[in-house]
Design a protein around this ligand. Sequence first.
Ligand code: GAP
Length: 444
Amino acid sequence: MEKIVSLCKRRGFIFQASEIYGGLNGVWDYGPLGTELKNNLKQYWWKVIVRDRDDVVGLDGSILTHPAVLKASGHVDTFTDPMVDCRTCKARLRADQLAEKNGAKQCPNCGGKDLTEARPFNLMFQTQVGASADPASIAYLRPETAQSIFVQFKNVLDVSRKKLPFGIAQIGKAFRNEINPRNFTFRSREFEQMELEYFCRPEQGMDLLAYWLKERIRFYEEIGINRKRLHILDVPDKDRAFYSKGTFDIEYEFPFGRQELEGVAYRTDYDLRQHIKASGKPLDYFDEETKERFVPHVVEPSAGVDRTVLALICDAYDEDSAPDEKGKMETRIVMRFHPRMAPIKCAVFPLLKNKEALVAKAREVQALLRPHMNVFYDEGGAIGRRYRRQDEIGTPFGVTIDFETLGEKGEELRNTVTLRDRDSMKQERVPMKDLVEIISSKIR
Ligand code: GAP
């Protein structure tokens, strides 16, 4: 894991937030490459879940949330983790994550066993809206994106005129004051979720749970995650929320262990009913054909953006060997991102930077590709070094402009370039005019 964390900082994927002031625990900033990677992931999720389907529409709800929403959802009263204090070193710890020694729970910081009784700690961040500090001004930073979907169910239904089954999708920030943020970005205090609430008739719930689990596994395969490192946990009755009739966790084998990426849960009609009860507003559905009025059930695939980005990074990291400038084999770090997810799709290199005609042609190739993909121009240093820099950030394609491109080695090679594949390191000569189609077909 240290190698991955160090690469993330060195190459600008992820930085600690507020780093120059000592950092803010459990909060992260994404650098230039991390931002591209994250955007590629979110855009692909949105394409697959919303744009490619007729039965899902989007929502972008607010982060600041009325306390009544979270009171009705149960978060105000029960969204807690058990917390203990170590009396020796004063650390605050999550009681359910403590290792035991000789039958007694132990502080991971100092090894002490003098711990307080566990007590519930609410994970929500509370804030105040407006200038007055009275209890009526309390609001929360949302702990999940889902609640605004439930609260806006009727508005979205009215404007979209969808018939069941249909879904409302949302990508956005969520906040949890985790007692122990850890494992790099895995457990953060500020993170993003990609959530779908798929509403249905009660009798469709179990089938749709199985359907969405399959769809979501396919998604992870399509973004390049190795299927062998994905696991499905059928959450047992005792660990499921009382209102859920079935929940699957999709887990990934991180270097620090097998951990949850996404939960796919059949939440029945619990959330809508809670909001109907608390608000007194009708959040039900009228079936025109059967003339029935009822509260829809919901199946919820809920994924973490940051956890999936971390899985993409861990899954892509590889080391192999490649020849250096003198032909001697050296270790190569290569991020084998699926071209769809790679932050930069293609790097363009003039063979030499001091040959004006090569540089001009390389700029022409860059301009040709730019409207279609994220492209990077690099003329600095030996060509092998330039390839290596791109391998380390996972750029799947490299285009080199050489003297053949200029027609100096025969007219038939004019306006052809070498296209290098990151994984095989093989190069093929292709006409410049075919580049857009060749690369675009692999990154869509
Ligand atoms: N609406 C359901 C819900 O929020 P959850 O299992 O609490 O369910 C869903 O969260 C997903 O959000 C998790 O599978 C995980 O990917 C992500 N997530 C939750 N807490 C997180 C945290 N502290 N840091 C990063 N991601 C988190």
